[in-house]
Design a protein around this ligand. Structure first.
Ligand SMILES: [Zn+2]
Length: 267
């Protein structure tokens, strides 16, 4: 994680862009935010940091959208770098919020688990959660239905999201793994915060479940996970590198190999 994104957020600005159809990248260089124009309002996936929320709002405006049209904010998980900007956006708009049910306690009872301390700060940006998502729950707005799968491990309530986008006559399945990081599964972290090692088993079980899904367009919770900014450079009138059905299984296989090595599991 870049240590200085909270103190020097302007260095992380990324020009927003359309990925495909009604799906846009409005995140920064470190953390993803994605915007879906449903035709009946906007859905925002993750809000990054409180310190970067001005970049996020400006990115939405630059694409020609009004942040006031955000109807739902869907969170990958309750870490500071994904839900830190939510409070500010909820204050400014009538957006409702969705979060994995099993992450709610982090906001209400264990703010030190929001990963804010690791960024050298504290989590003060509490927001009311309007919808607690469980495995298989769907959130529908306009032309979009987001299916959320519970993918615990990185945090207890990680959500993986799946939805369709279309361009012309072609339809594509977009998929996210909301929390693939191993940084909360180290012995040091688990011990420091009094968490159980069951989280490691849950992490591997989540990967098994997600592997069964077909994904045409994989978008990372951090741009580095899906090479989002490189793919942006590779976009031409003839080619869209985001359309790549091999990216999702390759990413999950790499996560599994990394996790097995980190956890000391053979095979
Ligand atoms: Zn996280």
């Amino acid at each position: 994680m870049p240590a200085d994104i909270c103190t020097r957020p302007w260095e992380y600005r990324v020009e927003p862009f359309r990925i495909l159809g009604n799906l846009y990248y409005v995140g920064n260089r470190d953390v993803s935010s994605h915007l879906i124009d449903t035709g009946e309002g906007l859905i925002l996936l993750d809000t990054a940091f409180p310190q970067t929320v001005y970049l996020l709002l400006e990115s939405i405006r630059e694409l020609g959208f009004d942040p006031g049209e955000i109807r739902w904010i869907v969170h990958s998980h309750a870490h500071y770098d994904h839900c830190g900007g939510t409070r500010a956006i909820v204050e400014l708009t009538s957006a409702k919020t969705a979060l994995g049910r099993d992450d709610l306690f982090m906001l209400t009872d264990r703010p030190e688990l929001t990963w804010a301390p690791e960024y050298g700060t504290e989590f003060h940006e509490f927001f009311a959660v309007d919808r607690l998502m469980q495995d298989g729950d769907r959130l529908a707005l306009g032309n979009t239905v987001i299916e959320c799968l519970h993918a615990p491990g990185h945090t207890p309530g990680v959500l993986a999201c799946f939805f369709e986008v279309s361009e012309g006559a072609d339809r594509y399945v977009v998929g996210t793994h909301g929390g693939p990081g191993l940084n909360t599964l180290t012995e040091t972290y688990l011990t420091q915060y009094g968490l159980t090692f069951d989280a490691r088993t849950q992490y591997l079980d989540s990967l098994k479940k997600l592997k069964k899904r077909h994904v045409d367009i994989f978008i990372g919770a951090h741009p580095g996970q899906s090479n989002t900014l490189d793919k942006r450079q590779g976009m031409t009138d003839a080619a869209n590198p985001f359309i790549d059905a091999t990216a999702w299984p390759r990413f999950l296989a790499q996560l599994e190999a990394n996790a097995r090595r980190a956890f000391g599991i053979e095979g």
